[in-house]
Design a binder for this molecule. Structure first.
Ligand code: PA5
Length: 442
């Protein structure tokens, strides 16, 4: 299903980049399979594509059907791992511009920031429309989605009354604990579960991602099938395992001085997949003063901006290029009798041919400029391929974290800003910190 080509990185890699890491990879494989490495309590995602709650899966599909029938808009409230996966898949399988992939309901995301203007714009847009809410928070206490939920819940209750609103609110949260769990139980919202052993950034194939994705009309069974195929193939140890190769290559490049990994694709709809991938790798590896810095670009657009730096700036990066083998449609470049733009040499050629040559030319230019290229090829923008790709990056991330000797499944650094924000907001219990921070801020 997925091909990994490392030939354009080989001149930057030591010959033994893989063989010298086979023992460590085998150890990592066992830790993931047996859930006994650092953060092992959060490796429930490893077998998720087959070991998932089938009854809940059917409820997700039924809820999505109901939302599709009774709502013009679904407002999905969540942040980080409770946001990016759904948006990544919906855009990649739909379009970067939701107006170009008309869908009922339209899906909008909220609670992923604190912008008053963004919220006002969405609230205005909802006027006169039928809509529902999917609030997603594993902890149930994250400030951004909790604040957004209060606001949108009030708005929904104003429109439909408390009883009517209750039937339009879907809560995805912990099975047992948390403020949102308590609220959902108390109000009688339909509930979906973020499994205990699955952390936010690994949760796209749970209800966290699946409910919004299904609401967008995407075949979630096919998505899971692609992931299950990947799970089966990538669990096999060996030098021909593409997840092993990818984890080993990126680790070798990192230790050799390439500190930035840029994920590049030639599809605008891939943009949020890049955002999801950045969270996956950045939050899993960036700790203890270590870790590749994950960045992403959209080609060819960014060749006219970031392309300059990639070609000639500090030599600190490598690229991982995701290419889709087949476009969905086909466009032939027309002949122009006047040929004022001088493009008749392309007349009759497909646009995808031009894109392919742009990609090949870029790859060689960047390699010549000292930027190793790892190329991941998937068949197309379809559910199965995307399920495969999600699992590939998740599994390789688990392996990579263990190669780096960090716990890939925690995120202690995320607490620092939260504690300062709580203190400055006057949250009870943070009084001393508030005084200290305010003195510093002047
Ligand atoms: O990966 C993670 O754990 C984080 O990005 C969380 O998903 C994010 O902070 C949101 O947390 P919660 O779902 O508890 O609101």
């Amino acid at each position: 299903m997925l091909k990994l080509d490392l030939s354009n990185a080989s001149s930057f890699l030591p010959q033994d980049y893989l063989t010298s890491r086979m023992d460590a990879l085998e150890k990592a494989r066992v830790m993931l399979a047996e859930h006994n490495g650092p953060g092992g309590d959060f490796t429930g995602w490893v077998r998720l594509p087959v070991d998932y709650d089938k009854e809940e899966f059917a409820r997700i599909q039924a809820a999505a059907e109901k939302i599709r029938a009774d709502s013009d808009v679904l407002v999905v409230i969540g942040i980080g791992g409770s946001y990016l996966g759904a948006r990544a898949v919906i855009e990649l399988l739909g379009s970067a511009d939701h107006k170009l992939a008309p869908n009922k309901p339209e899906i909008f995301f909220a609670g992923n920031g604190l912008s008053t203007d963004a919220m006002c714009e969405l609230m205005d847009y909802l006027e006169g429309k039928d809509w529902s809410i999917n609030i997603i928070s594993k902890s149930g206490t994250t400030t951004e989605p909790a604040v957004a939920f209060r606001i949108f819940k009030n708005l929904l209750e104003e429109k439909y009354g408390k009883e009517g609103a209750r039937k339009r609110i879907y809560a995805t949260t912990d099975a047992h604990k948390g403020a949102l769990k308590g609220l959902a139980d108390g109000e009688g919202y339909e509930e979906f579960v973020v499994p205990d052993a699955v952390g936010g950034r690994f949760s796209v194939l749970t209800a966290v991602g699946l409910l919004p994705i299904a609401c967008a009309g995407i075949d979630i069974a096919a998505l899971m099938e692609g992931a299950a195929q990947a799970m089966e193939e990538l669990a096999r140890p060996g030098a021909d395992n593409p997840a092993w190769q990818y984890a080993a290559a990126r680790h070798a490049l990192y230790t050799g001085g390439k500190k930035v990994e840029i994920l590049a694709a030639y599809e605008p709809s891939f943009r949020f997949f890049g955002e999801w991938w950045k969270q996956l790798y950045g939050e899993s590896e960036g700790k203890e003063g270590k870790g590749l810095f994950p960045a992403s670009v959209e080609f060819t657009a960014d060749l006219h901006s970031m392309g300059q730096y990639i070609q000639e700036g500090e030599r600190l990066m490598f690229e991982t290029v995701v290419r889709f083998d087949k476009s969905r449609g086909s466009i032939t470049i027309p002949h122009d009798p006047d040929n004022v733009d001088g493009l008749n040499f392309l007349a009759g050629k497909e646009l995808s041919f031009v894109a392919e040559q742009a990609m090949r030319g870029t790859l060689l230019a960047h390699v010549d400029g000292g930027v190793p290229n790892l190329v991941v090829t998937v068949p197309g923008r379809c559910e199965k391929s995307v399920g495969w790709l999600i699992y590939f990056f998740e599994y390789a991330c688990g392996l990579s974290g263990y190669l780096l000797e960090v716990n890939p499944f925690n995120q202690p650094g995320v607490e620092a800003y939260k504690n300062n924000m709580y203190a400055l907001l006057g949250k009870p219990g943070y009084e001393d910190r508030k005084a200290e921070l305010e003195a510093r801020l002047g």
